[in-house]
Design a protein. Structure first.
Lengths: 354, 106
């Protein structure tokens, strides 16, 4: 699991905070350990960020652990080998400790125990993300997946998810594309969907996540979903925006926008019936929707024509009928792009007049 | 149309012939009524959104051919329809634009 893109600032800051918490003046409490562990397993980025901070700080040096400028994988291997012998120390020292009863715990063993715990956590978290179950669809394909907890996931064209279930946590990562989640109720095991920098948590609900290059769109069909983004990447809590049925949030480069209410759900879920439903959508976007499912691409180049608002209902696999409509627009010119697709232009003199 | 579309088999016959459809579409904004028509008939529908701005449809209830149903749904709107192929309806302005303005006037 190599990662070339830079880690975002929020992640780095959190990693630095975690480091501070564990290397500051006081021993970290069991609660802090737990919090750290939770944070760690949420994303491979977290692990990497923490490793980098630790490396920068030149911390955690011990005879047994080199803290080299090695790859994350290498660090994990060492960590695993090391933690095998350190588990006992960890249990007795760091985790179950009540600081008030034993205020004079020696610093060195404590740090040692913590180092072991940390590396075990990193190792475990890393493994979690190394071996998720992956489900994918290819271009033009859709697929329904029943997960082991009874939840259903419908994958749209050219989409991919990674699924990891743990005792207290159901973690889904939308790697690419769009998925409709039908979440089986289990309040003891939150269902978190990671989509880029956004986390969506559901208990029992139905919602759609549509991830594109420039934005991610979340639409709640039933129930309630909490949304956490970027900097507040602690576990979703009460103060995160709660989205209800017919709410939609669009997340772009600048973060989540204000929730839209009363969204038309037939439009959001039409794709699960192989349909495209448009309510006042720009013609250019409508063409792009067809292009998600069909090799016969339709590209509308003229800006005025692209922005014309269209309402309609189509089968996703019938771009021909849509093209017939487009070619009937006064002044519109359709030509082959030489690859089995079509380019639509507008004659210079023409105005779009419905 | 030769190729029956199995995916939409239950609506495959709902093409623009003399066959009748059982439709129950409430009075509502025209754009929604047309989408509901699509859902119940299996016909594809498309139009420029601005055409239906502020226009309500009286709806339909009962058995209709596609053409009859669309006429009812578009009653008083100044709009008409054409079949761009046997499974797709385009909603457009009525050609006689003068008449369209008079229609519905008090």
């Amino acid at each position: 699991m190599t990662r070339k893109k830079p880690l975002d600032r929020a992640t780095n800051e959190q990693a630095a905070e975690a480091w501070e918490a564990f290397h500051g003046a006081d021993e970290a409490s069991a609660a802090e350990h737990r919090e750290f562990g939770d944070w760690m397993v949420r994303s491979p980025e977290h692990i990497e960020a923490y490793l980098r901070v630790a490396r920068t700080m030149q911390s955690l040096r011990s005879p047994d652990i080199r803290w080299p400028d090695a790859s994350a994988d290498e660090l994990i291997r060492e960590a695993k080998a090391y933690t095998d012998k350190a588990v006992t120390t960890l249990r007795e020292g760091a985790l179950a400790q009540d600081r008030e009863r034993r205020p004079h715990i020696a610093r060195v063993p404590m740090a040692f125990a913590f180092a072991a715990m940390l590396l075990m956590t990193i190792g475990a978290a890393w493994l979690v993300w190394m071996t998720p179950e992956r489900f994918e669809t290819s271009f033009g394909e859709q697929r329904f997946v029943r997960l082991e907890d009874g939840s259903g996931v419908t994958l749209n064209t050219d989409s991919s998810i990674e699924v990891r279930f743990e005792r207290g946590h159901r973690i889904i990562r939308l790697v690419r594309g769009e998925a409709l989640f039908d979440v089986a109720h289990d309040s003891s095991r939150p269902f978190d969907v990671f989509a880029g920098n956004t986390i969506l948590r559901a208990v029992g609900t139905r919602f759609d996540v549509d991830m594109r290059a420039d934005r991610t769109m979340v639409t709640v069909v039933e129930g309630i979903v909490s949304l956490t983004h970027g900097a507040d990447e602690a576990l979703p809590r009460g103060n995160t925006p709660l989205l209800q049925a017919s709410d939609r949030v669009v997340i772009d480069g600048s973060g989540p926008g204000a929730p839209q209410h009363g969204v038309r759900l037939d439009e959001a879920t039409a794709w699960t019936r192989q349909q495209l439903v448009f309510n006042s959508r720009p013609l250019g976007e409508v063409a792009e929707e067809f292009n998600r499912y069909n090799r016969e691409r339709i590209v509308i180049t003229h800006p005025a024509l692209r922005s014309e608002q269209i309402t309609g209902v189509f089968k996703a696999n019938d771009p021909e009928s849509f093209l017939t409509f487009v070619s009937g627009i006064p002044g519109a010119r359709v030509r082959d792009d030489g690859n089995g697709g079509h380019v639509v232009t507008l004659e210079d003199t023409a105005e779009v007049k419905p | 149309v030769s190729g029956a579309d199995t995916q939409y088999g239950e609506h495959a016959e709902a093409q623009a012939d003399a066959r009748t459809l059982d439709l129950q579409i409430a009075a509502q904004p025209l754009d929604r009524a047309l989408q509901e028509f699509s859902r119940q008939s299996g016909m594809q529908v498309i139009f420029f959104s601005s055409l239906t701005d502020g226009i309500r449809s009286p709806g339909v209830a009962g058995r209709y051919t596609v053409a009859e149903a669309l006429k009812e749904l578009l009653a008083g709107s100044g709009l008409t329809f054409r079949l761009i192929n046997p499974t797709t309806v385009e909603i457009r302005k009525a050609n006689t634009t003068q008449d369209a303005h008079v229609e519905g006037g008090e």
